[in-house]
Design a protein around this ligand. Sequence first.
Ligand SMILES: [Zn+2]
Length: 155
Amino acid sequence: MSDNILSIIPTDPDWQPTAEAADAAMAVLRRLAPQLDGFVTTEYRTTWHEKVAAVDCGANLERIECPACQNAIDVEWWVDLLEERFEAGFANLTATVPCCGGEVSLNDLRYDWPCGFARFELEVWNPNRDWLTAAELAQLAAALGCDVRQILAHI
Ligand SMILES: [Zn+2]
């Protein structure tokens, strides 16, 4: 069986909240993406990653674009680079992109659908809803104490 996962991560890959802020943000997320009667079972997870982790959108990844030159970046190049840097916990996110040779943070590549890197993650497994709105993300950001990015993965 496949799963859909909605992840909320800080836009800053190194940032981690206090336990209190994490609990407050999860309470907001549970309200925004509640378990609905008669729908698929929704699960909620809060994770502090020891090192920076890649939070990707799985099968939803269609295209990666360079923020410097706007050209498409080969997804295979990106997957290989992620495998290479995984061991080091993405201590260094800067990469020389193949399209224009620019120095770009992997966190700043334009992912369609969105992906990111983080040391903290709030997850809703099988949410019974679609993307959060900008106003809803702002509520989560206020509770967490930092700007956030959402990732919808299909695995
Ligand atoms: Zn480029």
